[in-house]
Design a protein around this ligand. Sequence first.
Ligand code: XMP
Ligand code: MG
Length: 186
Amino acid sequence: MAHSPLENDIEHVLLTEEALGQRLDEIARQIETDYADKDLLIVGVLKGALMVVADLSRRLAIPLTMDWMAVSSYGSGTKSSGVVRILKDLDADLLDRHVLVVEDIIDSGLTLSWLVANLRSRGPASVEIATMLRKPDAAKVDVDVRYVGFDIPNEFVVGYGLDYDERYRNLPYVGTLKPSVYGGDQ
Ligand code: XMP
Ligand code: MG
């Protein structure tokens, strides 16, 4: 099978486009039930969650609004620093709103626990979390994640919004990179 220049860098596919879509269908049905009579505000965490928000929100047949926040915890490396900065804050006022934070991935959980505490301080009616992917270390941090797409092994993954050095976000699936891409032997 012919590979595109982008796909050439992928070692293996962890989650196909179909698998991601099917899981989002299931999560969307849960969210529709849970927020049937609530005024839902989806908060997407840029940039990684852009695909999840786009695909999840299109599956939700309930009224909602969307807003975006950008935080930084990683720089260009692959390890969490624990230092979180707000790069772009919300436009919406959270007072009395039912907030659903949508994330691409929870790794150490440091980013999210900081973010949830920050959002809770703004007087919302509720704050829940949905994440497409969750790594094993996330269990060490005390954040309650209401909706999880997939628990994945402790490997660095790209695609479906997730980047390595800002690339690979546009892959429609989730996969791992060949070691050579990390500046190894090329
Ligand atoms: P923590 O460790 O604070 O980090 O939960 C969450 C953020 O780190 C990024 N991250 C990744 N990005 N592949 C990526 O492209 C990964 O495997 C990965 N693990 C963590 C991501 O920005 C996430 O929001
Ligand atoms: Mg992210």
